[in-house]
Design a binder for this molecule. Structure first.
Ligand SMILES: *Cc1c(COP(=O)(O)O)cnc(C)c1O
Length: 453
C-alpha cells in the first residue's frame, strides 16, 4: 500500500472518524496525527516524523511499541487459535495467565473473570459485589461508594462511580446515586499536612461516611495511591489501609481499580502492594496486555466465588458475559508481558530511573512561577500549573494552557497530552535516561513559550 501524504490520511480520517474524548472542531486546527508504525518509546507518523510516547498511549503501553517478544508470542498464537467461546470452553493462554497472576497478586485473589475493557471490568465487579450481598443475607446493600475525583471508566455504571465532573456532569440524570467520600487531596490538604508527613487525617471523612452509609453499601471503589484522570493525584498507602479496615468493619467490599496503577506503574507490581493489604476484588486492564490488546479482568476471593456456587436451579450463578472474554490472542500478549517482567529486572531498572526522572523534573520545573506541585509515584510524574503558587489558585481553564503546551510539544516530537493544566509523564517502564532528558527539555521549552517567566 502506498503511503499518502499525512494530510490525505487526516482528511479521510476526519471524513469518517469521531475520535474519543475530543471536540472534533479542534481537529480543524490540529488534524489527527496518523501513525504508521511504532518502535519502543517512539511513534512515527505517515510522513516519518517521530513522537516520543511519554504517556504510554493512554497509559497502556508498558514495554514499548512493537516489542519483539510480545509480537512473536501473538504471532505464534495467531496460527493456532484466534478466539473461542469462553462459556464451557477455555484456552491454554487464559488458563496459564490466571495461574501465573494468582502467584503474584495480593494474597487471597484467586478467581478470575474476564472482560474486554476496563470499564466493563469495573461494572462486572460492581455486579458481582451486589449479587454477593443479595445471596448472603444482606439485600439492603444496594449502594456503592467512591472517592471525590475518582475515575473508573465511562460506561454508565463506571461513569456513575466516577467523580470527575468533566466526564459525568451532563449525564447525572441517568447515573446511579453514589455515596461520595471526600477523598485525599495532598496538594490542597484541608488539614494543612503534606503527603510525606501525615497520618491520613482525611480518612476521618471516610469513617464518617461509612458510619452513615456503610450498612446499605455493597462496595467501595478506589484507585489505589494514584487518581489518574483527576490529574495524577497521589496519596499515601496508609489511606488504603484505613479504607481496608473500614470495609472489613462494615462488610463492604473493597474494589481496587488497578487498571492504571497495575503492572509496575507505581514502582511495585500492584499499587496495593505498597499498603500490604488485599482488596476483595481487583480490576486490571491497560498494562495487562502491555497495551497490545483489549483485555480486562476482575479477580476476587474464594469467599466471594463460593457465594455463587450452587445447584443451577438456585439461580446463584453470575450471569455476565462478554463476547471476547478470555480472548487467546489478548491472553498471549498478557503472558508475554509476564515473561518479560518475571525476573524483576525491568521493574528494578525502572525504579532506579524513576529517581533520576523525578530529580531532573524538580530541577527543571520547580522554580517556574506557575508550577504549584510536582508529584510522583514510580515513573509517573505530574506538574500542576496554577495561577498563583501561594494561594494554589488554578489557572483559568478557558485559557486551555495545558492544551497549548500539548500542541507545542507535538511540534517538537513529544506526545504529552496534559490533563487540564497538569502536565504529566507516564512512560513505558523501558524509558531511557536520554529520552527522559529529551522529553523534560521539550516540556520545559513549551511551558516557557506558553507561560514565559
Ligand atoms: C482507563 C481506566 C479505566 C477504564 O478503562 P477503559 O478500558 O478505558 O474502559 C478505569 N479505571 C481507571 C483507573 C483507568 O485508568
Amino acid at each position: 500500500m502506498a503511503i499518502c501524504e499525512n494530510k490525505d490520511w487526516s482528511k479521510t480520517d476526519l471524513k469518517y472518524i469521531w475520535h474519543p474524548c475530543s471536540q472534533m472542531k479542534d481537529y480543524e486546527e490540529l488534524p489527527p496525527i496518523v501513525i504508521d508504525h511504532g518502535e519502543g518509546m517512539y511513534l512515527y507518523d505517515v510522513n516519518g516524523k517521530r513522537y516520543v510516547d511519554v504517556i504510554s498511549s493512554w497509559w497502556c503501553n508498558l514495554l514499548g511499541h512493537c516489542n519483539p517478544h510480545i509480537n512473536d508470542e501473538i504471532k505464534k498464537q495467531l496460527d493456532s487459535l484466534e478466539h473461542v467461546i469462553f462459556a464451557n470452553f477455555s484456552n491454554k493462554q487464559a488458563i496459564r495467565l490466571c495461574e501465573r497472576l494468582s502467584k503474584i497478586l495480593p494474597e487471597g485473589l484467586c478467581k478470575f473473570n474476564f472482560t474486554d475493557n476496563g470499564s466493563s471490568a469495573i461494572e462486572a465487579a460492581m455486579k458481582v459485589s451486589f449479587q454477593y450481598h443479595q445471596q448472603t443475607g444482606n439485600p439492603q446493600k444496594t449502594r456503592f461508594m467512591a472517592l471525590t475525583d475518582a475515575y473508573h471508566g465511562e460506561t454508565i455504571g463506571a461513569l456513575s462511580v466516577g467523580g470527575c465532573d468533566l466526564y459525568s456532569e451532563l449525564y447525572k440524570p441517568i447515573l446511579m446515586d453514589i455515596v461520595r467520600i471526600e477523598g485525599p487531596d495532598c496538594y490542597r490538604c484541608p488539614f494543612g499536612k503534606d503527603r510525606e508527613h501525615c497520618a491520613c487525617e482525611c480518612a476521618q471523612k471516610a469513617a464518617e461516611t461509612f458510619k452513615k452509609y456503610g450498612k446499605e453499601t455493597s462496595a467501595l471503589l478506589v484507585e489505589p495511591l494514584l487518581q489518574g484522570s483527576a490529574g495524577m493525584k497521589v496519596y499515601p498507602p496508609l489511606y488504603l489501609k484505613k479504607l481496608r479496615e473500614l470495609c472489613t468493619e462494615y462488610n463492604v467490599h473493597l474494589i481496587a481499580d488497578e487498571i492504571a496503577t497495575g503492572y509496575g506503574r507505581t514502582g511495585k507490581m500492584f499499587a496495593f502492594n505498597h499498603a500490604g493489604v488485599s482488596p476483595d476484588i481487583m480490576c486490571l486492564s491497560k498494562g495487562l496486555t502491555g497495551g497490545y490488546m483489549p483485555c480486562a479482568l476482575f479477580v476476587t476471593t474464594q469467599k466471594i466465588y463460593d457465594a455463587f456456587y450452587d445447584e443451577y436451579n438456585t439461580h446463584k450463578a453470575f450471569m455476565h458475559s462478554h463476547t471476547y472474554s478470555g480472548n487467546p490472542l489478548a491472553c498471549a500478549a498478557a503472558n508475554a508481558v509476564l515473561d518479560l517482567l518475571e525476573d524483576g529486572s525491568i521493574l528494578k531498572k525502572a525504579n532506579e530511573n524513576a529517581i533520576y526522572f523525578n530529580r531532573i523534573i524538580k530541577e527543571k520545573f520547580a522554580s517556574h512561577k506557575n508550577v504549584g506541585d510536582i508529584r510522583h509515584i514510580g515513573l509517573i510524574n505530574a506538574i500542576e500549573l496554577v495561577k498563583d503558587t501561594q494561594t494554589k489558585e488554578p489557572l483559568d481553564s478557558r485559557l486551555r494552557t495545558g492544551y497549548q503546551i500539548y500542541k507545542k510539544a507535538l511540534k517538537k516530537g513529544v506526545l504529552l497530552r496534559p490533563l487540564g493544566d497538569v502536565i504529566y509523564f507516564n512512560p513505558p517502564l523501558i524509558i531511557s535516561r536520554d529520552d527522559m532528558d529529551f522529553v523534560t527539555d521539550v516540556a520545559l521549552e513549551c511551558l516557557l513559550e506558553v507561560l514565559p517567566e
